[in-house]
Every structure is written in structure tokens, then in C-alpha cells.
Design a protein around this ligand. Structure first.
Ligand SMILES: O=C(O)CCC(=O)C(=O)O
Length: 357
């Protein structure tokens, strides 16, 4: 049963960048150096780029014609990104998690090895989407794990994490699972979709998490912490774990840095929601940059539909006036294609587009 709903992910095993960064006497290996990094723009004057802020309490407590739902629709349509405040996840839990993750990544390599990725298994410490020996590598280590549904978890992973990180992860991922369900309900409302359509499509859902650690690098303008990409999800909930900014989004063709409010979640529309909304919502390219002297941490939680379903534009959003812009595919087919390639902006979701005359 589990094998039918699980995914085969193959990623080549690569060295630890956290360890590499400690060896300050050695030069940066050429596999990490890039000559094609587009510079970010600094917004005009002293104005910083403010991505829309959505208040979860207002979103769930408003009745019909709730203006927060309209704000949500605008944010997903025009930005593909927003910050979520009053999300209800306990701030003490967030603070504990930050400290515990910091300590986890700082464990000696000898200890971390027991959670290192192995060939053909993307879970644990390592990198993702490494499909060839000569592709450029990101300047960062990640920790990746399937968290929901519980039956798809690696039975040895969460319980083997050091305590109290293991308990905090259990609580945090479970809170985010509930939050994502509530958020997707509101997104269905904003799209004027049938709620049952969303519920049926998501089914038991699937959550994976990726913790990113980007060590500092003196050649920070020549390395990339996380390659430009869009997420193969319905939605992603990101928490910046320390006060070092580095998330950049491509806004109107230019790279701009996001400055999150303390403990706000950054939520973005993923490729699957772009397809499901028939292109009303756009998944926006983003990337993780590296700081010259400070390390940076972030925690991304990815939410997708059940693996045994089909994806495509929601039938209630298709009409003669608004024909389908994307082809249908099984969820398995979608992920299989994704993991067979390296990350490359929005190139993958574009392969699902139907040419319009
Ligand atoms: O580190 C960040 O802010 C971006 C993380 C991200 O985009 C991801 O993990 O997919």
C-alpha cells in the first residue's frame, strides 16, 4: 500500500557545504561558482519591498464578503507570495525550534552522518535535484523529510532526531498541516471553486519539509544558496529561522529581496495550485542567496495533493470563455518528471501548458 503512494526520488549524494565552509584555507570548488547570477535590485529610495500581509484570524473569522479573502485572492494573483500573521502557531514553539535546528546543524559531522542521504533516498541531510556529476551545486546543506501522511514517514527518522528537536518537529509539522488545510479552504473560497473539489483533490494530502542552512561565503555574489525555482506544491509555508534575509523573488522580471516580519510565515503559490487555478494564481520563481559573513537558516514546508490522484485545472473553473490552460496528468507522473531533472526556474510547469491560439 505504502509503495503505491510513495515516490522514487533519486538524487546524487554530494559533500557537506557546512563542512566545506569551515575549511577557510581552501578555495571554493568550481562546482559551486557561477558566472550567470543575476543581481537583485534595491527598491527605490528607502522603500523596501513589502509583500502583502494576510491576517489568518481575519481570514477565518469573517463572514460572507470577507475583505481578507479578497486580499488573499489579490496576493495569490498579483504576487504569488504573501506573509501570514496571527497564524496561531505558538511563538515559544517557534523559538525552541530555531535553537534546536541551529544545534542540529552544528553537530559534529561524525554524528550527522547517520542522517545523511544515501543513493536513491532524498531524506536526511544533503542536497536535492542533483542529477548529474557536472551540474553546478548550491551553497547550502538541507535536511529533507516526508512528514505527512504519517504512514509514508521513514519510521527511523523523526524518532531518531535528538530530543527535544524530535518533539518540536512533531508539533510544528502537525500545526502546519492543520494550517495548510485551513489555508487551502480559504484559497478555494477566493477562487470561487467548489469546496468539495478542493477537498477531494487534496485527499489525505502530503507534507514534506526542507530545512536549509546556507553557510557564509566570501564569494557570496558568485555562489547560489538555492537555485531559482518555483515549488512543485499547492502551497509552501516558509519560516526564516534567523534574522539574516536571503529569500529573493522574481517580481516583474527583477530579483528583489523579501524582508519577513518576525515570526510571520511566508506563503507562496506552488505550480500545482497554478495549474489547478487554471493560471489565475502564479507560482513565482524564487531563490536563496548567501551572506558573505553570516549563516542563514530557513524551514520550508511543502503541501501537495494525495499521490494517487490526478491534477489539472479545477473543472468548476473551466468554461467556454475560460478554457483549460494546462493539460491533465496523474500526480505520480507530475512528480516523476520533476525529480528526473535539475531545478530550472519555471521550466517544468511550462511543459504542462496547453498552447492557446
Ligand atoms: O531559504 C529560503 O528563503 C528559500 C527556501 C526555498 O525556497 C525552498 O526551500 O524551497
Amino acid at each position: 500500500m505504502a509503495s503505491k503512494a510513495s515516490l522514487e526520488v533519486s538524487s546524487l549524494v554530494v559533500p557537506s557545504v557546512v563542512e566545506l565552509a569551515k575549511e577557510s584555507s581552501t578555495s571554493i570548488p568550481s562546482r559551486y561558482l557561477r558566472s550567470d547570477i543575476e543581481k537583485a535590485v534595491v527598491p527605490d529610495g528607502d522603500r523596501v519591498l513589502e509583500i502583502p500581509v494576510i491576517d489568518m484570524q481575519k481570514l477565518v473569522s469573517g463572514g460572507p464578503n470577507n475583505s481578507e479573502v479578497e486580499k488573499l485572492d489579490f496576493a495569490c494573483k498579483e504576487w504569488g507570495f504573501f506573509q501570514l500573521i496571527n497564524h496561531g502557531v505558538d511563538s515559544t514553539l517557534l523559538e525552541n525550534l530555531k535553537a534546536e535546528i541551529d544545534a542540529f546543524f552544528k553537530l559534529p559531522m561524525e554524528e550527522k552522518k547517520k542522517w545523511w542521504q544515501s543513493p536513491g533516498n532524498a531524506e536526511g541531510f544533503g542536497q536535492a535535484f542533483v542529477v548529474s556529476e557536472d551540474q553546478k551545486l548550491d551553497w547550502g546543506d538541507l535536511f529533507f523529510m516526508v512528514t505527512f501522511p504519517r504512514r509514508l514517514r521513514n519510521p527511523n527518522l523523526i524518532p531518531s532526531l535528538p530530543s527535544p528537536l524530535s518533539e518540536s518537529m512533531e508539533r510544528y509539522t502537525s500545526d502546519l498541516n492543520n494550517l495548510s488545510t485551513a489555508m487551502l479552504e480559504k484559497i478555494a473560497e477566493a477562487l470561487h471553486m467548489e469546496t468539495e473539489e478542493m477537498t477531494e483533490f487534496v485527499g489525505e494530502g502530503r507534507q514534506t519539509i526542507r530545512i536549509n542552512c546556507y553557510p557564509p561565503c566570501e564569494l557570496s555574489d558568485q555562489v547560489m544558496g538555492l537555485t531559482p525555482h518555483s515549488d512543485a506544491t499547492l502551497i509552501t509555508i516558509l519560516l526564516q529561522l534567523n534574522d539574516v534575509d536571503g529569500l529573493e523573488i522574481r517580481k516583474d522580471g527583477k530579483w528583489v529581496q523579501v524582508q519577513p516580519l518576525p515570526n510571520a510565515f511566508i506563503i507562496n503559490v506552488g505550480d500545482i495550485l497554478e495549474i489547478m487555478s487554471n493560471g489565475r494564481y502564479r507560482s513565482i520563481e524564487h531563490r536563496g542567496t548567501v551572506h558573505p559573513v553570516k549563516e542563514r537558516f530557513s524551514f520550508a514546508a511543502f503541501f501537495g495533493p494525495r499521490l494517487d490522484g490526478e491534477l489539472g485545472p479545477a473543472p468548476s473553473l473551466i468554461s467556454e470563455q475560460t478554457p483549460a490552460k494546462f493539460r491533465r496528468a496523474t500526480v505520480q507522473e507530475f512528480y516523476k518528471g520533476l525529480f528526473a531533472r535539475r531545478l530550472q526556474g519555471k521550466a517544468y510547469v511550462d511543459t504542462f501548458k496547453i498552447q492557446q491560439d
